[in-house]
Design a binder for this molecule. Sequence first.
Ligand code: LLP
Length: 422
Amino acid sequence: MHHFEYRQDELYCEEVPVRLIADSVGTPFYLYSHATLSRHFQVFDQALAQIPHLVCYAVKACSNIAILRLFASLGSGADIVSGGELFRALQAGIPPERIVYSGVGKTDAELRYALRSGIRLFNVESLQELDRLEAVAASLDKMAPVAFRINPDIDPRTHPYISTGLAKNKFGIPVGDAPAAYRHAASLPHLRVRGISCHIGSQLTEVAPFVAALERVKALARELKADGIPLDTIDLGGGLGITYDLEQPPLPADYAAALAREWRDLDCTLLVEPGRVIVGNAAILVSRVLYTKQTALKSFVVVDAGMNDLARPSLYNAFHAVQPVVRQPRGEQVADLVGPICETGDFLARDRVMPAFAAGDLVAVMSAGAYGFSMASNYNSRPRPPEVLVRGEEIFVIRRRETYASLIAGEAIPAFLEGPAC
Ligand code: LLP
């Protein structure tokens, strides 16, 4: 459920017509609904009420500090995968004891920053990383709380680019190697072994793979306990899918009920790292039609947002619904919604039945909250769009549009090239 709805023929975000925001901030822009963000977080969090748990929102899905602050105020922690995400989470006021750190390529500097900050858990993804963490913790005279991210070799049945828990993926350590890895970790003086983590993929539309992963994690936890390595934390990652088109993913309540059945005999805190399910349907990308173009073969609607603003269609062939911001009685067409980028792969929708848009119309690309702005780039030297948050009747610009000057901030012409250009 979200708060982007038509009143008569106008698309509203909560109490505000989307058209009014376009008139004031220009296009393209990302538009978030506060009520939707809050509701999605709370529904997810409350669904897990029967299990001792902490929701660590996956910062990578949407990293704006205003949104992180909102989740912090609702009790969220953060799942981070870089020093930059740690910085954002701390700036937003997420307490370090609610922050968990995943990722296969943590640098010494990042490990140091996280240790100094006092985060809750390092989800370690290799033995080499474990040894770096021990060395960095020793140099700071600190204890590092660790879990191994295990790779349970389970097929999440989602897009191959976002499947992470198969044996052939780069993530985690093979579950068979885990007991020896844990014994090694337990022997290191600056590490405190706390738990097991796993994250098998994103946009999952079934509960079964989560349950299968949890069963493997439980079996490992039992084995480690028998080995004298008791654990207090199980981190099951994120991954619950949303409806972009016709998908029917499990509700948070179904997901939580399935985990609760498995949890009965476990004396551990559950950490979860949802991203998409919280923010995915809480934002849209609003764009304006520049031109329409008919060829003998196809119709194109050229808008002022492209693959640099929303990469998902180009990168994963992902589906995002396309809706008019103001409905017009013009009928429908089959067309490609394309951006201004000089690549054939620059499309937001392909061969799609959509309204017969005309130049000047506003278009809403739906379900753009997760991996939307956070994956935007400056490709083709396009300033990244603003992010706007609506709360009831109020409008807040939570990130302003980049300028041409911001495109070259940080670039420098070396002395040997100084002087007249030609
Ligand atoms: N935890 C870890 C360790 C992760 O790697 C991810 C996502 C999450 C949690 C959050 O997963 P979620 O609940 O959002 O499914 N850019 C892709 C998605 C990449 C997901 C990467 N990892 C997309 O646009 O579909």
